[in-house]
Design a protein around this ligand. Structure first.
Ligand code: NAD
Length: 256
């Protein structure tokens, strides 16, 4: 019970990696609030986890909603101890095909959202005066470019940088900020990616996913629970001396 009596706010926790974190945090004794744009799915997910979990509707591009949801959770649960900035979207286009609309969409959800969620939650953590843990979801895509993934890669590189700056600003308040950079994690997201590659590279459905799985040194995609162990560690007091880091959880990384 490494997170006993802690309250965790997880954006985009209705499915995928965020849901895996919500389940793992609840198993470790935390109260978990899933904040997701898909409120039906978030509510279903919270119900399945049990009384330790609840759901709130949140679009992370809506700055007023971020402030009010964060304040609501802080009030209802007597503070937020752990924030996971997990909500993000994928986008595939080479630099020749990006548009202003796709830029606004990807950077709105993947960078502006997490920055302002960090702002709202860290101010609440500072006001409570008992520190906290912030985990930002980066990606291997933020470590290196991918020809067909311009905006997503750039947004995740920015998250790695924002993690370092936020960590240095918040350390004096006892708030640790770190990031996790997964490689390839199985889930609905990858079905969409696979379909994009099929379109761009003339592949058959499932072909890209199978090739990627084969190229990971460990020989498979990660499952959300493969990432959750590190998240529990970074959310717990075991990681009190660790800040400003981005950790790879990538099975040895993959070749595209
Ligand atoms: P996913 O697409 O399965 O789930 C994303 C969740 O975010 C969904 O529940 C969705 O409803 C929610 N969401 C989308 N837009 C939102 C918005 N505007 N406001 C609030 N919620 C919103 O994603 P995933 O594959 O589980 O990835 C989770 C995180 O891990 C993301 O930050 C992603 O970039 C990162 N990541 C994923 C992989 C991978 O292979 N799946 C690899 C590296 C990093």
């Amino acid at each position: 019970m490494k997170l006993k009596d802690k309250t965790a706010l997880i954006t985009g926790g209705a499915r995928g990696i965020g849901l895996g974190f919500a389940q793992a945090f609840a198993r470790e004794g935390a109260r978990v609030v899933i904040a997701d744009i898909d409120i039906e799915r978030a509510t279903r997910a919270a119900k399945e986890i049990g009384p330790a979990a609840s759901a709130k509707k949140l679009d992370v591009t809506d700055l007023a909603a971020i402030e009010s949801v964060a304040a609501e959770v802080d009030r209802e649960f007597g503070g937020i101890d752990i924030l996971v900035n997990n909500a993000a979207i994928f986008d595939m286009a080479p630099v020749t095909d990006i548009t202003e609309a796709s830029y606004e969409r990807v950077f709105g959800i993947n960078l502006k959202g997490p920055l302002f969620v960090m702002k709202a939650v860290s101010n609440l953590m500072i006001a409570r005066g008992r520190g906290g843990k912030i985990i930002n979801m980066a990606s291997q895509a933020g470590r290196r470019g991918e020809a067909l993934v311009t905006l997503y890669c750039a947004s995740k590189a920015a998250i790695i940088s924002a993690t370092q700056s936020a960590a240095l600003a918040l350390v004096k308040h006892g708030i640790n900020v770190n990031a996790i950079a997964p490689g390839v994690v199985d889930g609905e997201h990858w079905d969409v990616v696979d379909a994009h590659f099929a379109k761009w590279q003339g592949l058959k459905p499932g072909e890209k996913k199978a090739a990627v799985a084969k190229s990971v040194p460990i020989g498979r995609f990660a499952q959300p629970e493969d990432i959750a162990g590190l998240a529990v560690f970074l959310a717990s007091s075991d990681s009190d001396y660790i800040l400003a880091q981005t950790y790879n959880v990538d099975g040895g990384n993959w070749m595209s």
